[in-house]
Design a protein around this ligand. Structure first.
Ligand code: PMP
Length: 322
């Protein structure tokens, strides 16, 4: 077996709450984005857009970069990753450990700015001989891999009993591909529900910044009518539920302490919605591990500084000894 054969095929576990959770952190690169990364590289090799010894370039909040860096190392490509400067330091170090080159750019630049993450990555790819821009927001291989793998895996694991599918929306690849498969397989019976940081524009928010990394759609205030990415297929999604940052963080910490699942903030966003859905067979996709966020959502100090540490959260906090 080769390393990249381990991408996908993640388990669906039943939580104490009755919700079924798809554990995407068990992919070899540690997140759901292993699937899109491998799928995009294979499609680019096939089309000739990426040639032996070439350079993979991507602008990413982290996990797609890790997935691509893993594939680059395993298949002999150079990798350049452009990231917003709010990205957790553990993710940057992990990219560098895979041998990827990391370029940081300010988090809140408008789309038109030449140094905005996506524009910057596209430019580096253009200006690098043998460069190929993965373009996860516009690349059809991203949603397609979920139609081909994630959806069928959930259908099989539930023996076709799934009634609700809940996921966050970053590029939209996960919810669009998985949701489309489940809708088609069930003749439209499966409800597909997006879980979205409260100010994200996917749920009609104003696009102002939010605390949860890698999920939601951030719109710079100066960018009017910012279009949603091609990788997000709105027609597949029945409703999008707004989740306040605090609720995401409480749910994320609750998963660790009551279910034994150390997951990231966007898993908290998804679980906050899934745990409130009434249905016979609710499936939630948990995108990545909490290891990358020990200094953020799982840190009492960070939560206290952000004003998230009171009310429900205090039930989980050890008393401060002074
Ligand atoms: N959560 C995390 C931690 C992610 O890295 C991503 C991918 N950016 C998502 C959620 C959203 O997944 P998708 O891009 O497939 O919508």
């Amino acid at each position: 077996m080769k390393l990249l054969d381990l991408v996908g095929g993640t388990p669906l576990v039943t939580l104490r709450s009755g919700v079924h959770a798809k554990l995407e952190y068990l992919n070899p690169g540690g997140s759901v984005k292993d699937r899109a990364a491998l799928s995009m590289v294979l499609a680019a090799e096939e089309s000739g857009a990426l040639r032996p010894g070439g350079t993979i370039v991507e602008g990413t909040s982290g996990n797609t970069g890790l997935g691509l860096a893993q594939v680059a190392a395993a298949r002999g490509y150079r990798m350049v990753c452009v990231l917003p400067d709010k990205t957790a330091v553990e993710k940057l170090d992990a990219l560098r450990a895979y041998g990827a080159e990391v370029v940081l750019t300010p988090s809140a630049l408008p789309k038109e700015h030449p140094n905005q993450v996506v524009a910057y990555a596209a430019r580096i790819a253009r200006e690098t001989p043998g460069g190929w821009w993965a373009d996860q927001y516009g690349n059809p291989a991203n949603p397609a891999v979920h139609l081909r793998t994630t959806g069928p895996e959930i259908w099989e694991a539930t023996e076709g009993r799934v009634t609700h599918f809940v996921a966050t929306i970053g590029t939209g690849g996960t919810i669009s591909g998985t949701g489309r498969f489940l809708k088609e397989a069930s003749d439209g019976r499966v409800q597909v529900i997006g879980a979205d940081p409260v100010t994200s524009s996917y749920n009609g928010g104003d696009g102002s910044p939010f605390a949860i990394e890698a999920a939601g759609h951030y719109v710079h205030p100066q960018t009017v009518n910012d279009p949603w990415p091609d990788s997000y297929h709105r027609d597949v999604v029945d409703r999008v539920v707004a989740v306040p940052d605090r609720a995401s963080i409480v749910a994320c910490r609750t998963l660790a302490r009551t279910e034994g699942l150390l997951v990231g903030g966007s898993s908290g966003t998804a679980y906050a919605v899934a745990s409130s859905v009434t249905g016979d067979c609710v499936v939630v996709l948990l995108p990545d591990s909490g290891r990358a966020y020990l200094s953020k959502y799982h840190s009492d100090t960070w939560c206290r500084r952000q004003g998230f540490l009171d009310g429900e959260l205090s039930a989980f906090v050890s008393p401060v000894v002074s």
